[in-house]
Design a protein around this ligand. Structure first.
Ligand code: VG1
Ligand code: CO
Length: 543
């Protein structure tokens, strides 16, 4: 077994985005592309000599090959142990848990999350720090700086490690510990939720459909929902992770999880539907003919989490990303909880969770989680919902109705324009910035602008400052439109327009969100000129 030093040169554009580095798989497979980025991670964290890391991925195309490269580089550079999921699979929340439980020096997750997979689709790599959370900007900046200066990397020349069997093997001086990726995670879930109550719910005839979307949560959901909690066999569908996610987008929203939506809105709908994304950190919740907007899900969970054993002592506080609706803020206000507003991306919640300032966090993009790990967690959200339903005996629709009656409703929708010309998207954002001073007081589609600005964040724990985190236009009476460019795409730009309006009239709680938001949508169009600037008549995705 030889250890060699390979000469290389910096490759442009290896800048981690909202959640790690994401590129077309073919780009990651170019000579030295993956190796350079992995080397930059190692350099960015001060080397891996003597360190223990977790390694896992969502099973997408190239996951298996990339794992072998990362193992060989870590072994060549003196890492003492890598804990890797069997067949290089591990969901993002399970990896976060593994990093924390085994107190490792961090971990590498191979995933492009909700982006499609395959030779012509996307791949990604991200580093999580020893708290189990996505690397904060200070660390990703160091990694990016390293990509610009590296000139070589060390790697072993050797056969592949067999990752198909649980157990320990040696790679050079490094131990490769292959673990069942489900066991520890399932134990953590058992410690948080009343599994007996959920099992009784299933025994009573309550039916569930969990769509794993051919992605990494299949084995987790099978083990927990079917084997442990007794949901009938077949409740979990699309449960075998596939390298191209069955040809679909593993993104749990009404568009990409359409089969599930169709079922839930049919006469044969089960009581509860859920889906999760490529790497298992997102969730979609849908009852019988009752889609739950992620922002509402966060608010309902915040109001009811105390019904689950893991949260019976109440919440320390809650946090949401800026574009997420203010529904959870209303819960926080009524219950006297601190409520934090952070930029988009889970890495910004880490400090609040570590400092014990927040227990529950969420994003409008179907991410919800708590201080049990340092990532959002799809199956966790499903189990918390099930625990709450078991405890209250209510249906999903009843939960929503009662919630809106008590707290009011924040109508919400996100419109995505994908693969937009990057210059056109930048132009749109710049034109909005140029109007910050002149918009307030003006009316559009009958709504008067109260304020217009760009969100920036000062972390209350470490004082770090993050600027340019999305443009906010607030209207009198509480509505708002937010504009952001995605940091997870791989082609052109994706413009996200987040639309929200508040409603406190009990007779107006059951409108279609697109109708309820009609004037906010029209005002956003008038102000930003989306159609003219992007050439798009309609958004690609409405969630
Ligand atoms: C998107 C979501 C963001 C989420 C991120 C990673 O980012 O909007 O809320 O944290 O994806 O999620 P962006 O920059 O494209 O808007 V995951 O599950 O794809 O890692
Ligand atoms: Co994800």
């Amino acid at each position: 077994m030889d250890r060699i030093t390979v000469e290389t040169q910096p490759i442009e554009g290896q800048k981690p985005g909202t959640s790690g580095l994401r590129k077309k798989t073919s780009v990651f497979m170019e000579p030295r592309y993956l190796e350079n980025f992995v080397q930059a991670i190692f350099t960015g964290i001060g080397g891996v000599a003597g360190k223990t890391l977790v390694l896992g991925g969502d099973g997408r195309y190239f996951n298996d090959r990339a794992a072998q490269v990362i193992l060989r580089m870590a072994a060549a550079q003196g890492a003492s142990r890598i804990i890797v999921g069997q067949n290089a699979l591990m969901s993002t929340p399970a990896a976060s848990n593994m990093i924390r439980k085994r107190q490792t020096d961090g971990g590498i997750i191979m995933s492009a999350s909700h982006n499609p997979g395959g030779p012509d689709e996307d791949f990604g790599v991200k580093f999580n720090t020893p708290n189990g959370g996505p690397a904060p900007e200070e660390v990703t900046n160091r990694i990016f700086e390293a990509t610009k200066t590296l000139d070589s990397y060390d790697i072993l020349v050797t056969d592949d490690v067999d990752l198909s069997e649980v157990g320990e093997t040696q790679l050079g001086d490094m131990v490769v510990e292959v673990v069942d990726p489900v066991v520890d995670y399932a134990a953590l879930m058992d410690s948080l939720f009343d599994f007996d109550a959920i099992a009784k719910l299933f025994q009573s005839g309550f039916r569930i459909r969990y769509d794993a979307m051919h992605a990494v949560t299949g084995p987790y959901a099978k083990a927990i929902l079917e084997e442990r909690l007794g949901a009938p066999a077949g409740s979990v569908v699309n449960a075998v992770p596939s390298p191209d996610f069955g040809g679909g987008h593993p993104d749990p929203n009404p568009i990409w999880a359409k089969d599930l939506m169709d079922l839930m809105y049919s006469d044969d709908a089960p009581d509860f539907g859920a889906a999760s994304d490529g790497d298992g950190d997102r969730n979609m919740i849908v009852g019988r003919a009752a889609y739950v907007t992620p922002s509402d899900s966060l608010a309902v969970l915040a109001a009811n989490a105390h019904l689950a054993p893991g949260y019976s002592g109440g919440l320390k506080g809650v946090a949401r990303s800026m574009p997420t609706s203010g529904a959870v803020d209303r819960v926080a206000a009524k219950r006297g909880l601190d409520c934090y507003e952070t930029p988009t991306g889970w890495k910004f919640f880490g400090n609040l969770l570590d400092a014990g300032r927040a227990t529950l966090c969420g994003e409008e993009s179907a991410g919800t989680g708590s201080d049990h790990v340092r990532e959002k967690d799809g199956l966790w959200a499903v189990l918390l919902w099930l625990n709450i339903l078991a405890e209250t005996g209510k249906s999903v629709q009843q939960m929503l109705d009662d919630h809106w009656t008590e707290f009011g409703r924040n109508y919400y929708s996100r419109h995505d324009y994908e693969g937009v010309d990057a210059a056109a998207a930048e132009g749109l954002m710049n034109a909005l910035r140029a109007q910050f001073d002149t918009l307030p007081g003006k009316s559009f589609a009958g709504r008067t602008v109260a304020s217009a600005d760009e969100f920036s964040y000062d972390d209350p724990v470490d004082g770090s400052h993050s600027a340019g985190q999305g443009i906010r236009i607030s209207f009198e009476g509480g509505g708002r439109a937010v504009f952001r460019l995605s940091g997870t795409g791989t082609v052109g730009a994706t413009l996200r327009v987040y639309l929200e309006d508040v409603c406190e009239d009990p007779d107006q709680m059951h409108k279609d969100p697109q109708e309820a938001l009609a004037d906010i949508i029209a005002a956003a169009e008038e102000i930003a000129g989306i159609k003219e600037r992007t050439g798009r008549a309609e958004p690609d995705v409405r969630t």
